[in-house]
Every structure is written in C-alpha cells, then in structure tokens.
Design a protein around this ligand. Sequence first.
Ligand code: ZN
Ligand code: FE
Length: 257
Amino acid sequence: MRVEIVPCLKDNYAYLLVDETRRTAAIVDPSEEAPVTAAAAAHGLEITAIACTHHHWDHVGGIEDLLKRHPGIPVYGFVSDRGRIPGQTHFLEDGATLELAGATAAILHIPGHTLGAIAYHFAQDAAVFTGDTLFLSGCGRMFEGDPEMMSGSLARLARLPPDTRVYCGHEYTASNLRFARHLEPDEPAIAARIVEVEATRSAGGPTVPGRLSDELATNPFLRPQSKAIRRALGLSDAASVAEVFGAARKAKDDFKG
Ligand code: ZN
Ligand code: FE
C-alpha cells in the first residue's frame, strides 16, 4: 500500500492510501476538500472511501465537499462518533477489520483525545494511522478521556510491532521533541532525533511517517517507566503509568519551550 501525504490547513495531514491496481484511493482524515482533490488528481486516483480517526473538525472538515464530488462513497468512523462525523456510513467497533485501498486495516479503539478515537492498523503493510492520539514524539491533548484511558490507549499502540510506520494527524514533531528533551535532557536518542527532524523541516519536508521503534526511544508519552521522566515530573518509581501520563500531559500543556 502506497501512502501519499496531503498537507492540509496549517499543520494537519490527510493521507491518500493508494490501491495501485485499481488506481483508487481511500483518504484518511480529510480536513479540507481542495488539497485532497488536487493530490488525487495529480496522482491520477479516484477517491473511493473516507476513513476518519475522530470527529474533530480539522479531520472531517472536507467530507461534505468530497461527498458532493464522490456521492455515495463509504465514510468510516467509530460507532460512538455517530452524529459527530458528517456523512458517516460505517460505524466501526474495536477489533473490526475492513478493506481500504486493497489492504486490510484493523480498528483499534484508542480513546482519550476523544472518546471515539480510533487507529487504523495495517499489519501486513506495517503502518498505523493514529490521528491525534499518538503524535511523533508526543500525543494529543486529553479532551474527552482521563489519564487511565489515554495512557492505556497509548500503551496499546506501543505494543504494535516496532517497525510499524506511524502516520499521525499533525506536524508537531519539532516542538514535541523540545518537551521530550526538557524531560530527558541526557537521552541521546532524543538529541539525535532533534538533529534529524530539524534537517527535515528546514528542507520543507514532513516528519511523517515515523517508526514506532523511534517513538519508543524518544516519545515521553510512551516511556512511562523512564526514571528521568519520573524525576523531572517529581514522581517516584512507585507512581502508576496513568499518574505519570497525567503529570506529563499537564506539564506539556503548560510547557513554553
Ligand atoms: Zn483532534
Ligand atoms: Fe487535529
């Protein structure tokens, strides 16, 4: 499965999942219609499905206009997002599988950013679309969940195969890494990643996709056992994963880096 990155709005990413044989594509999280239509046309692809990770406007804002151009195509989202995702036709449950762009996706319910947040995991293609739950070197804000819920969702993503490519909803990697370094100033993997990401960004490129193995090494929200993180947050080794997550998320919300 080929993936085309479609930058939208200020720092959002939509993704075209390409079925090379049929010259069709599924679009993940279309924030806007125009850039998606332009990207599909540039690659000679017909859009035949829409897949949403969650209901926020900057992930579903382009659906209505896309449906005008492609009436009747399926719109996938979590079962509890009924009424919150425009044009939704398929109401997915945790563990469901579906075919998108000739590949097979498994649905992982990963609540916390929103209650209906899901990831699309393509095991065979070693790719996962995480929306605003897992970012590269960071995670989304906890709008609807609690620390227990969201840290559980992140732990679930962390258990996917380490070579999985992570496609997330926003280009926040550079600022996320500044917070990661603030918590773990002596972590060489974080320092190395900062150099890499700075080079990518100054060349105007996207940092997505990342590798889950790099996330496990640099993303503070996937490293709740790190002694340095616990020390930086003023927590002991006895603190639970949810407590560490809650403190880290709060510290990130307040971080001016
Ligand atoms: Zn969101
Ligand atoms: Fe978003």
